[in-house]
Write a protein that binds this ligand. Structure first.
Ligand code: ADP
Ligand code: MG
Length: 703
């Protein structure tokens, strides 16, 4: 099975000289034939259909038209100068507009009574008229009006490449050249069983069809094949990792549930557990008793009570003579976990410690000693827990409360604290969609809390424009008169973002004016405050000495004030969905009806509108996460960091859930039959897999 063809350096391709090759490498990371073949189009255009001007509406995507230019003129001066051509096909008129390259295009396009042009672009409404900005335009010829292929690929390019005539057309040219060389030289990467079972197109055909589809059906099959393959190999990597880990490491066996757990459960539990909490605690307990080393993701909506689940399982570790540790993403959150948990555990006489970056050396040293002697049973902290100097006597369970996905390497570091790795429970701070979880955390088992504690009233969410602030203030006064407290949140202050700080300051001043002392008291908290000042301001709010807390997103995590029942989010359009949801989760914790008010300016893009609508429509974090995934794509979602598994080349986690499930199930079945991929039939899979992993920098593109 030779890969010579696919490994051929790109400069060997006819018409790609050394200079173009250099650019292709630098700009698109295309080094060889395989890379070029895997440089897929990002869309296709149907060039068989010609629209009529009178058929056009603003909802149409790209359209192709054929007609004449009646009139052209240069409009505006200097920076606003643009070239406008009036186009007609007999059914109506349309303006074509060029803002850039106006002079050049003016040379090229002349009004003419007989010459016909073919134009292509996306129509938009301008007043009562339609126009197309920067359309593709060329003289109508026999070729572009009759022989155009059904679907034409469109490729992303870069300015530098375009400068070397490597725009989408240029890329089509070299793809065509390469495509003509394909002949029984693209090896299959999947087994015959798999190909037959899902009736997959062969890899070779898929590589041809994806660039030059003969018809929409074949394109669909090619896409399916390539998406399946991509997801299949990612799942294979994750599940092989999981299998390897299970084979290599044995887990501590937590065989019993003892006095700590039972004592707490029977006598000190502050409330009845929800059924979901009970089920999940049991799942985790069974896993930790199985002899396997647990690696589990705990998912649950904001406020679903993950902390308590973590605590109950830490008690099981203690019951079996082990230590447990809980790691939080921020210092505020670590503090809060420490306070909650210490308080709950007072009657049980369990020693709990807190380790954060701001601990003094002396305190630290003491903690280190107590950890090593085993005197300290539970350690709560931030990243500081990862430091090498932190050594445990016998760490049995690590719980990681994640805001962003930690790298696998970071988690592995936690293991090195023992000769045998502890059980690991990862809690995600906000819900993530299933497809994302399966990819990002695909090497973990999953538990889901799908129920909120009883008595929570759904938070009522509304969207208001800035000019309605007076009415919002009025509502706030009513709520304060009822004895409630209110958060007002502004976008985050970073050192560089002076604007944000100004917004916050201005906002604070206008609030103080609208809510004057002594009747009203206002706290203010932001990232530039010193820790003790921050703490002081927070405490005033916690103790109900202030009714309003003006803050940046530092309150996103860590504040728990059940009496606060109104969350006003300023410039809400500047927040992502999961962040909005997380912020909203700060209210609705008490018995009172809670409210979330999203303030935005009138200038709101389509995305912003959808985000506000989604927040107003639902309180379900999983549903919100799904919309977020559709809007932003996996790479940009909060709570994830760029990671190799999300570098998808063709599959789309927002759209291809079904293919992902199929691929994952197929991998599970495959590994259960042939864990080491030793069967002859699976040789193509094994070979491709080893090739991918031997080139880590670019593995998604290697064939
Ligand atoms: P999250 O899942 O967002 O981390 P927390 O663990 O912080 O949620 O819990 C949110 C709030 O709900 C806390 O104040 C906690 O005490 C409370 N809580 C947790 N479980 C229950 C329950 N079963 N019944 C009532 N309240 C609960
Ligand atoms: Mg939490």
């Amino acid at each position: 099975m030779s890969n010579n063809f696919l490994n051929t350096p790109i400069e060997y391709l006819k018409s790609v000289g050394p200079q173009k090759a250099d650019l292709l490498k630098k700009e698109l990371r295309i080094f060889n034939y395989s890379n070029l073949l895997s440089y897929y189009p990002f869309r296709y255009v149907d060039r068989t259909k010609f629209y009529k001007v009178n058929e056009i509406n603003a909802d149409l995507p790209f359209v192709q038209l054929r007609g004449k230019i009646m009139h052209t003129e240069m409009v505006g001066v200097k920076r606003t100068m643009r070239f406008v051509a009036t186009f007609t096909d007999g059914t109506g008129k349309l303006e074509l507009v060029w803002f850039q390259g106006a002079k050049w295009i003016a040379e090229k396009i002349k009004p003419h009574l007989t010459n016909e042009y073919v134009i292509f672009g996306k129509p938009s409404v301008f007043g009562s008229k339609f126009n197309i900005a920067h359309p593709e335009i060329e003289l109508a010829t026999e070729e572009n009006t009759t022989f155009a292929p059904a679907l034409q690929a469109v490729y992303h390019s870069t300015d530098k490449l375009k400068g070397r005539s490597m725009d989408t057309k240029g890329i089509v040219r070299i793809q065509k050249m390469l495509s003509s060389l394909i002949k029984n030289n693209i090896p299959e990467t999947l087994s015959k069983t798999i190909i037959d079972r899902y009736q997959l197109m062969s890899r070779e055909d898929a590589m041809k069809q994806i660039h030059f589809p003969q018809n929409p059906e074949l394109l669909k099959k090619a896409e399916f094949r390539l998406k399946f393959e991509e997801l299949f190999f990612i799942q294979l990597k994750l599940l092989k990792q999981k299998g390897l880990r299970e084979k290599t490491y044995r887990g501590f066996i937590f065989s019993k549930v003892g006095d700590y757990f039972n004592g707490f459960y029977n006598e000190y539990l502050p409330f009845e557990l929800t059924n979901a909490q009970k089920r999940v605690i049991k799942e985790i307990r069974l896993d930790m008793g199985s002899g396997k080393q647990m690696n589990r993701l705990l998912q649950g909506d904001v406020g679903s009570g993950k902390t308590l689940v973590a605590l109950m399982n830490m008690l099981i570790a203690l019951d079996n003579g082990f230590q447990a540790s809980l790691m939080a993403p921020t210092e505020i959150l670590a503090n809060q976990h420490f306070e909650t948990i210490s308080e709950l555990l007072i009657p049980l006489d369990i020693k709990v410690g807190l380790l954060t970056g701001s601990k003094k050396t002396k305190e630290r040293r003491l903690l280190h000693e107590q950890l090593l002697s085993g005197e300290l049973q539970i350690l709560i902290g931030t990243h500081a827990l990862f430091e090498d100097t932190v050594q445990f006597k016998n760490l049995g369970l690590v719980v990681i409360d994640e805001q962003h996905r930690f790298g696998v390497a970071q988690r592995a570091k936690m293991w090195s604290k023992n000769t045998q790795p502890p059980h690991v429970l990862i809690m995600s701070a906000t819900p993530i969609p299933r497809t994302l979880a399966m990819t990002l955390y695909g090497d973990l088992d999953v538990s889901v809390i799908d129920e909120l504690p009883p008595g929570r009233k759904p938070i009522s969410t509304t969207h208001r424009f800035d000019n309605h602030r007076d009415r919002v203030f009025g509502f706030m006064r009513e709520q304060i008169a009822l004895g409630r407290q209110i958060y007002i949140v502004y976008p985050l202050i970073k050192e560089s973002e002076k604007m944000d700080f100004k917004d916050l300051q201005d906002g604070y001043e206008s609030i103080v004016r609208a809510f004057p002392q002594p009747k009203y008291q206002v706290s203010i908290v932001h990232g530039q405050l010193k820790a003790d000042a921050k703490e002081y301001e927070m405490q005033r709010f916690v103790k109900h000495e202030t009714q309003i807390m003006v803050a940046t997103t530092v309150i996103e995590v860590g504040v728990n004030v059940p009496n606060a029942s109104v969350m006003v989010i300023e410039s809400a359009e500047r927040f992502g969905l999961s962040q909005l949801h997380q912020l909203r989760g700060r209210v609705g914790r008490g018995a009172d009806q809670s409210y979330c008010i999203l303030m935005t300016s009138h200038k709101l893009g389509a995305d912003g509108k959808l985000r506000m609508e989604t927040m107003c429509r639902t309180n379900d974090g999983f549903e919100i996460a799904d919309v977020d995934l559709k809007l932003r794509g996996p790479g940009d979602m909060a709570g994830t960091v760029q990671s190799g598994v999300l570098d998808l080349n063709i599959a789309d986690l927002a759209k291809d859930a079904q293919i992902l499930h199929t691929a994952r199930n197929m991998v599970i079945e495959l590994l259960s039959e042939d864990a080491d991929l030793k069967n002859l039939e699976n040789a193509p899979i094994a070979y491709h897999f080893s090739m991918m992993n031997s080139n880590r920098t670019n593995w998604s593109r290697i064939s």
